[in-house]
Structures are given as C-alpha cells and as structure tokens.
Design a protein around this ligand. Structure first.
Ligand SMILES: NC(=[NH2+])NCCC[C@H](N)C(=O)O
Ligand SMILES: [Mn+2]
Ligand SMILES: [Mn+2]
Length: 313
C-alpha cells in the first residue's frame, strides 16, 4: 500500500471528477476522454492502490448545460457553454477539496482548468499551480488567435484577461508568481509578451534538455513553493508529452516530454507530500486511430496513478 500523496489529504479518498467538455476547442472526441479513462479501469487501479474512489461523470450535466444559442463574444467561441460547465463543476471541485479528498479531474479540453483551479484555490487559497503543457494557455480574449477557450484559462485565473461578460464569476485567485510551466514549445506571440511582462516562471523543452527533468522540477518547486509548505495543484495536458507517447490529442506538437519525464513530474510532486489535486486533460480517443487512442488512455491512467503515489516506496 502506497502512502497518501499529501499531508493535506487526511484519508485515501479521491474524488474523480469527469469534465467531458469539448467546447473550448474545435475537435470532437475530447469529451469522450474521461469515460475512456474510466472504461480502461482507472477507478479499479486506484482502488488497488488503497484509495477509496468517489466518481462523478458529469456526462448528463455537460449536455444539459449546453445553451441553444452560444455565439462568439469578444472573440471567444462557445463562451456560455464553457462558462456554465466550468462554473458548476468548480463548485464540485471546491467541496471535494474542502472535504479533504484528493481531487482528480479528467478531461475534456483544457478550458476545464477554469473549474479545477478556481475550485482548488477556493479550498486552498495559498496553493500553487504547476502547468505541464506544450502550450501556455494564457491568451486573453483579445490576444487569442483562435478564440478557443482552452488556450485562455490562465489569463482568467490570474486576472490578466480583459473583462468578459461570461467569465466574471472567475475570481483572479492565482498570483502569477505561484504558477510555473513545464514542457512549453508552442507559445503565441501575445502569450510570450504576457509571460515576460508578468515575469512568469516557464521551463520550455529547451530547459528540460539543458537541465534535465529532475533539476527542472526542483527549480520549479523552489520558485512556487520555496518552503515546501503550500498545497500543489498539477494540471497535466497530455500534449506536453511527445506525440509518439500521447498521440491522441487535439493540438500535438513535436519534441515533447518522454514517457519517463512526464511520469517523473507526477512522481516527484506526489513525493513532496503537498499534492492535493491533479488534472489529466486533452485526451481525445477519436484522434489518429484505435492503437493511438489506447496508448494515450493508458498513459493518462498511469500519470494519474503516479499523482496518487504509485511508484513511491
Ligand atoms: N490546451 C491546449 N491544448 N491549448 C492549445 C492552445 C493553442 C493556441 N495557443 C490557442 O490559444 O488557440
Ligand atoms: Mn493545455
Ligand atoms: Mn496543450
């Protein structure tokens, strides 16, 4: 039996919250990610590690919350649907976290970071955020070249985004100095400007090559969590991994993290005893082919297990 990954988590109870949303980006299929991870056996795997699982699929909820009419507002696509889903589920995340459960959210596109991060920070205001991704997802409504909200959650969570009528519920809960990126390699010009201006700590793949993943995680933690006393939320976009490792994802970018580098991040964060929650997002089982989908789902499950303490001695 493995240890609990966090001194903030009293018992080995994990809330597994599916967020089957695709409205933050244009490709169908990503809404099937959570169900596929569960179908593959994720809950049983966690139970075998000694965790009591509390699963919410949210499948009916997400469908029910789709508005009849959802036109672009200030450049953003499907803002009402994304807003309604993330606002509602943010409350589920908050109450599970306050309950002392580890919160594992499964995606779904990365707009769901609005739900997970705002929910976790409502429960743990002094938390920090480790965002593992090929992308920085910090576009504002004005800077976004695509209008896809999965490229924007960090801008809302840090309060950098321009006022947007559908996202006024998102409190600027995240201090830019409590955020660190790992795995970046495809950043829009507007995002680069924001990252520079706000002095946000970012480790691109260049830094992973230069220092090695062990050192990168150490320096990242020294920055956001110098005294190793803050709760940690990990948001893991599977496109941070190389497409040869996680091919079934909507915005793959060459030159990503290896299988071990990705798992090392999860293991090292679990090892701190400070990890309270994690997202595994952007698993799209409809992309490429069946083998690719199987491989990506398998990786998603093993990343989740590592967050919950698998491979800690
Ligand atoms: N979560 C993701 N995969 N995000 C990709 C974002 C791509 C691009 N930067 C955009 O804003 O449209
Ligand atoms: Mn992302
Ligand atoms: Mn990404």
């Amino acid at each position: 039996m493995t240890a609990t990954p966090s001194k903030f988590i009293k018992s080995k109870d994990v809330a597994v919250i599916g967020i089957p949303i695709n409205a933050g980006q244009p490709r169908q299929g990503v809404e099937k990610g959570p169900a596929k991870l569960i179908e593959f056996g994720l809950l049983n795997q966690l139970e075998e590690m000694g965790w009591k699982t509390h699963h919410t699929s949210n499948e009916e909820l997400v469908v029910k919350l789709q508005p009849k009419h959802d036109p672009d507002v200030l450049n953003l696509k499907q803002p009402k649907w994304v807003s309604a889903v993330t606002k509602t589920i943010s409350e589920q995340v908050r109450s599970s976290a306050i309950d002392g459960k580890f919160v594992l959210t499964l995606g779904g596109d990365h707009s769901l970071g609005l739900a997970s991060v705002s929910g976790v920070f409502a429960a743990y205001p002094d938390a920090c955020l480790i965002w593992v991704d090929a992308h920085s997802d910090i576009n504002t409504p004005a800077s976004s070249p695509s209008g896809n909200i999965h490229g924007c959650p960090i801008a809302f969570l840090t309060g950098i985004a321009e006022d947007h009528p559908d996202f006024r519920w998102v409190k600027p809960c995240l201090d830019a100095q409590r955020l660190v990126y790992i795995g970046l390699r495809d950043i829009d010009d507007g995002e680069k400007k924001i990252i520079k201006e706000k002095n946000i700590k970012a480790f691109s793949m260049h830094h992973v090559d230069k220092y090695g993943i062990g050192k990168v995680v150490d320096i990242a933690l020294d920055h956001v969590n110098p005294d190793r006393n803050r709760p940690i939320h990990l948001s893991f976009d599977v496109d941070a991994l190389d497409p040869s490792v996680a091919p079934s994802t909507g915005t793959p970018v060459r030159g990503g993290l290896t299988f071990r580098e990705g798992h090392y991040i999860c293991e090292a964060l679990a090892e701190t005893g400070l990890l309270v929650s994690a997202d595994i997002v952007e698993v799209n089982p409809d992309l490429v082919d069946e083998m690719a989908a199987f491989q990506t789902i398998q990786v998603g499950c093993s990343l989740a297990r590592c967050c919950l303490g698998e491979s800690l001695l």
